[in-house]
Design a protein around this ligand. Structure first.
Ligand code: HT7
Ligand code: ZN
Length: 882
């Protein structure tokens, strides 16, 4: 496919000011009448043809200013309706089309999920509902009349405010919705179906009453209570934290079971994957509750960062997504423990974005070109995009940053904006030139910052030498513009939050004139700073709070790291120190060093830490005790990966730590047990206690599988929360034998009618690190609860296998790769978006040892050779093979 390039952006030749839609819902023949008020765009080309996008539509009639157009006045192709010689004055088009929602398996445009009519229009789904200028810089005011069978669809929802409803002939009814805020087509939505509503109210800071509704499958309204509460907290938080007030009379959220992503921020009518709405203690884990809170907030926050200020074109996707992720992260940090949340954010970034940035799918946060935009809803655009906003706040300080945000929202309100507009707001309020900082948006790859420290005892000073590099492959290729020399790649602006720590604690008297408010800004390729007031050799605590999305290369001993774990004031770096000590062992072991490293000092430090802090901050302690994942180890090793060696190394360390801490962990589990009869609460403190209890269980099972089996089986039987039940089942899943199999059966039976819970059951089995797991996964594909048409099921079974089971997906015989290739090929004709997403499971194939690389290359070639691949899949497979 021919790529679309940012450099080729041109304003639309025509604009649409108003859209009146009349949509008559029918399972197979939905009729859509679109009345569009158009005019030539003064910024476009005068006299250009009007090219309306369209896909999978049947055109029934086409009129201009009320008069049917002659067939030779327009052309219909597979992707467009083209009106030749459009008027130079404002004009109206009336277009009648028909679509078949039941046949829409792509879940883009208008489709049916469990009998509920719903839509998904981002990025380019509106063209599957009617012919339109389906691009985000064409913004219109919409009025939507929806008509449907009263029995089949008693609830009819649209964007904006409801203005009319009533009978529409025998057995039918209608509702009219009006959205006064101009918006791009990707924010259009409608829902029609049999749904229960959980209602609420919110009074805005300026005194307006907003009617809130969460719509779910009949009988499940109780499970929407947490989501409703999260909506109310999000609305209040956005007023106080960002001064953003809601702007309609109603705000509705609808949960559907067939959905390609997590949720969608349609104006006033957010549509959600039901897994991010429905929660009860018996069916949802603490992680599920936290995800619901975060995603409800994320979609709500889009009302300003995305809807009121939208994107000029899809290259600017990070403008709404990176900023909105930053905003939802801040919200969750305020609702929960900031330190614990930050560690979680960074773990996600490192697990998902770092490998993407190192592999064949690496791209800038603002890509320069794309073949299929749906493949750019990536960790880089979202998570690294959020890190850029965070760095901006670190560089400017919270007050200037807040003024910049206000300026951005007020200057760009009602417009389709760019990254340049965003940065201009901050440049204006700070007086700074942000040109160099803007390179973060353009440069793919994770920079490496190398740091060397030296203590000058006699002078009482300490010097830190910094150097920044892009990994060589990227500097030579992607990161460099054509014609630009590798060493001419201009440096990034990297905020380094740092401090010095001595054996007894932070050295507060150590100062450097290059460090302001605890931050040094690395703007050159290399730089040196000196601290005075350093009588003893310190340990540098670098990139506190993970102040920049970089890899840090610094020489440190175990002793240095354990000083940070014990004494640093920055909780992120305390956690990082423990991870680094663990990682040093894991990497050495996975590389097959002759002499295993001694763990005694590490165990002793963890024991001291637990004795002092486990009960006061269990959530943090759980993170400190968590052994880095196999993915983390692979990313640290970087090349010639042998997943079996990594698995063995992790199993060894888990066993060793479990043995060293066994009694303590057993006591901790008891001390953290819920008092009999206590009521469940999803709050962060309660979740933290459950987390530590369950990390302790994991280590105990790692040390002594028989003891672990007994404890896990007892916990499984007695559990009153899904968190505890699932943690027990996860522990059992690692211990082969009849107890595991009967627990799996009991779980399936108990939750036979809960598809979202069975997703967890699929995932647990798909991630068992044993040789017969692939056979198990194949068998599970035939399970009655599994359906290839439902993205949640596919992600749980196939996605968990490829992304969460490194040893079995990367089987040396290549059978895991063949399985993924088969699944991608089978899914592509019906849901290419999900097929392409699954395919990214191959994203790190070039890091593997040569034997596995060859097998992966064969599977990729087999996919690439299939005739008739979708654009989504052929784009990914092509980039993957490059
Ligand atoms: N803005 C949305 C991204 C999105 C999406 C959602 C559902 C189905 C298909 C989709 N394509 C793009 C979700 C968000 O980031 O808020
Ligand atoms: Zn978003």
């Amino acid at each position: 496919p021919i790529p679309i390039r940012l450099a080729d952006y041109r304003p639309s030749d025509h604009l649409i000011d108003r859209v009146a839609l009349d949509i008559s819902l029918d399972a197979h023949a939905t009729r859509v009448t679109a009345t569009l008020s158009l005019r030539p765009n003064p910024a476009g080309r005068a006299g250009a043809d009007l090219v309306l996008d369209g896909e999978d539509l049947t055109l029934l009639s086409f009129e201009r200013d009320g008069v049917a157009l002659a067939p030779d006045a327009y052309t219909v192709t597979d992707t467009a309706l083209i009106l030749r010689y459009p008027p130079a004055e404002p004009f109206t088009l009336t277009i009648r089309t028909q679509v078949d929602p039941s046949a829409n398996t792509r879940l883009m445009g208008l489709y049916r999920s469990n009998g509920v009519y719903c839509t998904q229009c981002e990025a380019d789904g509106f063209r599957r509902i009617t012919y339109f200028l389906d691009r985000p810089d064409v913004m219109a005011v919409y009025t939507t009349r929806i008509e449907a069978d009263r029995e089949e669809a008693p609830v009819l929802l649209g964007n904006g405010n409801p203005i009319e409803a009533g009978d529409a002939g025998p057995g039918r009814h209608f509702a009219v919705w009006h959205d006064p805020h101009p918006k791009p087509a990707y924010l259009f939505a409608l829902v029609g179906g049999r749904l229960d509503r959980l209602g609420g109210r919110f009074t805005t800071r300026d005194g307006r009453e907003v009617d809130l509704g969460i719509f779910v499958e009949p009988g499940k309204a109780e499970r929407a209570a947490y989501a409703l509460d999260a909506v109310i907290r999000s609305m209040a938080w956005d007023e106080t934290a960002f001064g953003r007030i809601y702007d309609l009379d109603v705000f509705n959220v609808v949960a559907v079971s067939d959905f390609n992503m997590g949720a969608m921020e349609n104006k006033g009518l957010n549509i959600f994957n039901d897994r991010y709405v429905l929660a009860s203690p018996e069916t949802a884990t603490d992680a599920d509750y936290a995800a619901i809170e975060a995603i409800i907030a994320h979609e709500y926050f889009h009302n300003w960062s995305g809807n009121r200020v939208t994107c000029r074109d899809w290259f600017q996707l990070c403008l709404k997504e990176g900023l909105t992720v930053f905003r939802d992260q801040e919200f969750s940090s305020d609702m929960r423990s900031r330190a614990v949340h930050r560690i979680g954010e960074v773990r996600t970034l490192r697990a998902r974005q770092f490998p993407e940035d190192t592999g064949p799918l690496a791209h800038p946060v603002r890509p320069q070109q794309y073949a299929e935009i749906n493949n750019f809803y990536t960790a880089t655009v979202y998570e690294k995009g959020a890190e850029i906003v965070r760095m901006l706040r670190t560089l400017l300080g919270p007050d200037v940053f807040a003024r910049g945000m206000d300026r951005y929202f007020s200057e760009c309100d009602g417009t389709a904006a760019t990254v340049e507009d965003f940065l201009a707001a901050f440049a204006a309020v700070s007086g700074l030139d942000l040109t160099a900082f803007a390179r973060w948006y353009e440069r793919p790859g994770t920079p490496v910052v190398t740091v060397e420290g030296e203590h000058q005892a006699a002078a009482g000073t300490y010097t830190l030498r910094f150097r920044q590099d892009l990994p060589s492959a990227l500097a030579q290729g992607l990161g460099r513009q054509p014609g630009q020399e590798a060493d001419a790649t201009p440096p990034l602006v990297i905020p380094v939050a740092l401090g010095l720590v001595g054996p007894e604690g932070v050295l507060r008297e150590a100062v450097s004139d290059r460090v302001h408010d605890g931050v040094f800004v690395l703007e050159r390729a290399s730089d040196t700073i000196t601290f005075t007031g350093v009588p003893v050799a310190p340990v540098a605590s670098l990139f506190r709070g993970f102040s920049a999305p970089v890899r840090v290369a610094a020489v440190a001993t175990d002793a240095d790291r354990l000083v940070l774990l014990a004494h640093d004031t920055d909780p992120f770096n305390r956690w990082q120190a423990a991870q680094d000590v663990a990682m040093a062992r894991l990497v050495a072991d996975a590389r097959g060093v002759d002499r295993p490293m001694d763990n005694a000092g590490f165990v002793a430090a963890l024991a001291t830490f637990l004795d002092r802090e486990a009960l006061s901050d269990p959530a943090f302690a759980a993170l400190v005790l968590t052994v880095p994942s196999e993915g983390d180890i692979a990313n640290t090793l970087g090349q010639s990966i042998d997943p079996d060696a990594i698995h063995r190394a992790r199993t060894d360390l888990r066993r060793s730590l479990g043995r060293g801490l066994f009694e303590r962990l057993t006591r901790l589990r008891e001390a953290l047990a819920d008092p009999a009869g206590s009521r469940f609460s999803p709050d962060a403190a309660s979740a933290g206690r459950r987390a530590l209890r369950n990390v302790a269980l994991d280590l105990i099972a790692g040390a002594d599988p028989q003891a672990g089996l007994a404890l896990a089986a007892a916990q499984f039987d007695a559990a009153t929360t899904m968190t505890d039940r699932l943690a027990a089942l996860s522990a059992l899943a690692l211990i082969p034998g009849p107890t595991r199999e009967s627990a799996l059966s009991a779980f399936a039976e108990r939750f036979a009618h809960e598809p979202l819970v069975l997703d967890k059951w699929f995932a647990i089995q798909a991630t068992i690190p044993e040789a017969d797991t692939l056979d198990r996964v194949r068998r599970l594909q035939a399970h009655p609860a599994f359906a290839m048409t439902n993205p949640n099921r596919v992600r749980s079974l196939v996605g968990s296998f490829s992304a969460g089971n490194p040893t079995q997906f990367n089987r040396a015989d290549g059978a895991g790769y063949d399985f993924l290739a088969e699944t991608v090929i089978a899914l592509d004709p019906t849901n290419p978006q999900i097929a392409a997403k699954l395919l990214t499971g191959f994203g790190s194939w070039r890091m593997l040892e040569p034997g596995r690389q060859a097998k992966a290359a064969q599977s990729l070639a087999a996919i690439g050779a299939r005739p008739g691949l979708s654009r989504d899949v052929s784009d990914i497979v092509g980039r993957m093979q490059n």
